[in-house]
Design a protein around this ligand. Structure first.
Ligand code: SF4
Length: 65
């Protein structure tokens, strides 16, 4: 688990429902992980889109329609 002083504050606004992920509330690591995979963090998706756990760019575009 990373040591981020902003984690408690970030967690209040985190909409990711993947509760076992160690990046929750550590937005820099979350973004870096998904960016490296060509993906988009869960908080950019609608509630239903986030729940799919498909963080692909294609699913993000579909989620906006
Ligand atoms: S969006 Fe991905 S990296 Fe970020 S907290 Fe959720 S599962 Fe973890």
């Amino acid at each position: 688990m990373p040591n981020c002083p902003n984690q408690p504050r970030n967690l209040k606004g985190c909409t990711c429902s993947y509760s076992s992920c160690g990046n929750r509330g550590v937005c820099c690591d979350c973004v870096a992980q998904h960016r490296a995979a060509g993906e988009i963090p869960g908080c950019f998706f609608s509630k239903a889109g986030e729940r799919s756990y498909d963080r692909s760019a294609a699913n993000f575009v579909q989620d906006q329609e």
